[in-house]
Design a protein around this ligand. Structure first.
Ligand SMILES: [Zn+2]
Length: 235
């Protein structure tokens, strides 16, 4: 495995790091475990995890020119156009911490964004190494998405799969019966997944066509998917 310290040493002695950079896009439906995977990859690779939500928040907070434009759209309840998102992404990817690579999480979402990303990387004379799609069967995704429970009284969050309350159906903190929110019902989960599939299908084809797509099996739980990802990235 390529340890972070070795990377730092190597950069220090050689003054080059291009060879060690890892530029990855992570794709996967809600509930696929993308968040958990980007966490360990970020640690292991020593590269930032970059999401559209984070760069939007940062740019708005910092009051950059693009941040101001984005804020105007959001204040009007409009979607921030690709052109603005891509401008912020260009600025983010030019930051020093992204020079050794990055994990893009939830971006790109559309073909124009994917083409824009290729353009930005082209300006930096670098390219994506891999697009990793975490594949999980839709019944399993629905099971995961519907396993959340909340306490209506103290707002504590549980997961009946991997973080259940000590006593079934009862909040650990205040003893109130826990409930399933409307957002977490099977019907909502299925419709979220349908929307996701239809939005990302063209993106999957795009990355399949340029040979970057790697699909890993996320049905077997975290460890299996992690091992497969390590192999794909040659870690
Ligand atoms: Zn409670």
């Amino acid at each position: 495995m390529r340890a972070r310290t070795d990377l730092a040493c190597w950069q220090g002695s050689q003054g080059r790091r291009e060879e060690f950079a890892v530029r990855v896009v992570l794709l996967g439906a809600p509930g696929c475990g993308k968040g958990t995977h980007s966490e360990w990859m970020k640690e292991d690779l020593g590269v930032p995890q970059i999401s559209t939500g984070d760069i939007l928040r940062d740019a708005v907070k910092a009051g950059t020119e693009l941040g101001k434009r984005a804020k105007a759209y959001m204040n009007n309840g409009e979607l921030v156009p690709d052109e603005v998102i891509l401008g912020m992404m260009r600025e983010r990817l030019a930051q020093p911490d992204a020079a050794a690579g990055f994990i893009l999480d939830g971006f790109p979402r559309t073909i124009p964004q994917a083409e824009g990303l290729d353009g930005i990387l082209g300006e930096q004379a670098v390219q994506l190494d891999r697009v990793i799609k975490i594949d999980v069967a839709s019944d399993e995704l629905v099971r995961r998405l519907t396993s959340r429970r909340v306490c209506p009284n103290c707002k504590a969050v549980y997961n009946i799969g991997f973080r259940p309350p000590k006593k079934e159906g009862i909040c650990d903190h205040c003893g109130e019966p826990i409930i399933q929110r409307d957002d977490d019902t099977e019907e909502t989960a299925r419709s979220r997944l349908t929307v996701y599939e239809s939005q990302t299908a063209p993106l999957i084809d795009y990355y399949k066509a340029n040979g970057l797509l790697a699909v890993i099996n996320g049905n077997r739980g975290f460890a299996g998917a992690q091992a497969e990802t390590r192999e794909i990235l040659d870690l």
